[in-house]
Design a protein around this ligand. Structure first.
Ligand SMILES: [Zn+2]
Length: 290
């Protein structure tokens, strides 16, 4: 199973990738880690990357693609991979597709972790950790019981990441949207794009991701939806809409024929569960929303 996780920095891609890695035996491919490892190993491509980085230049796409190609050829990648933070541009997405096609590999899921920008800025910009034990806190959302004192160990020293301030986070988000937004239609057109609510609690996001991974492949899903056009666009809304409609119908019927015998009325009632069962077949895509 090969997965691409899309989402802005701070959406929790890394955390979720780690969980999927453990749960499904996949390997997480972080391009930053791969570059560092390649440089450290002194491999040919590592030396090339090192020279480029030392010159203060961005590592070209083909180098990153080559690193990914190398990595997924290794035996521990046989169950699949999770790409997190790559591709970032449509050009990279196309290059990735070409490389995978050459290997006869396809992406099974491209999942966007959707976020609310303003909420994300608030979430990230106030966070800090205890310098001693690493307990996580937040200026507004998760304060320690006594201000300035760690609940867990009593330490008064805190650590803040230099880039965890509102201005930097906003800039990162802007860059993400400007660069990565075009990837979404690219994958959507291929019928591969799915989304989860990245603002939901971490465990809920994991459940939503597992639902996608355990469910039908996007291609099969698409075919299924096509045969039931109503369920396609907004399965949740469609299910909601159809219920009151069914009820209204029953009510109208009851009004139209008020002179029914008790038995007839009973049979109307007994039809209800059958209707419900019909709705059951139209299982909406599970989505966590908050
Ligand atoms: Zn502490």
């Amino acid at each position: 199973m090969n997965i691409v996780l899309l989402g802005p920095p701070g959406a929790g891609k890394g955390t979720q990738a780690k969980r999927l890695e453990e749960r499904y035996g996949l390997i997480q491919l972080s391009t930053g880690d791969m570059l560092r490892a390649a440089v450290a190993s002194g491999s040919e491509i590592g030396q090339r990357a090192k020279a480029i980085m030392e010159a203060g230049q961005l590592v070209p796409d083909e180098v990153v693609i080559a690193l990914i190609a190398d990595r997924i050829d290794r035996p521990d990648a046989r169950k699949g991979f999770i790409l997190d933070g790559f591709p970032r541009t449509t050009k990279q997405a196309e290059a990735l597709d070409r490389m995978l096609a050459e290997k006869g590999i396809k992406l099974d899921h491209v999942i966007e972790m959707k976020v609310d920008d303003a909420l994300l800025v608030d979430r990230i910009s106030g966070r800090y950790t205890c310098a001693k034990c690493g307990a996580g806190y937040h200026d507004r959302n998760q304060k320690p019981r006594v201000e300035g004192v760690c609940d867990a160990c009593g330490s008064t020293e805190v650590k803040r990441r230099a880039d965890d301030n509102a201005e930097t986070v906003s800039k990162r988000l802007e860059a993400y949207h400007a660069q990565t937004a075009p990837i979404l239609p690219y994958y959507r057109a291929k019928g591969a794009l799915q989304a989860v609510d990245g603002m939901a609690p971490i465990d809920d996001v994991t459940v939503a991701l597992a639902g996608i991974l355990n469910g039908a492949a996007p291609a099969a899903r698409k075919a299924k939806a096509a045969s039931r056009p109503k369920a396609k666009a907004k399965p949740r809304a469609a299910a909601k809409k159809s219920k009151p409609k069914a009820k209204a119908k029953t009510r109208r019927k009851a009004k139209a024929k008020p002179a029914r015998t008790k038995r007839a009325a009973k049979s109307t009632r007994s039809r209800k569960p059958a209707r419900k069962a019909a709705h059951k077949g139209r299982k909406p895509v599970r989505r966590s929303r908050r």
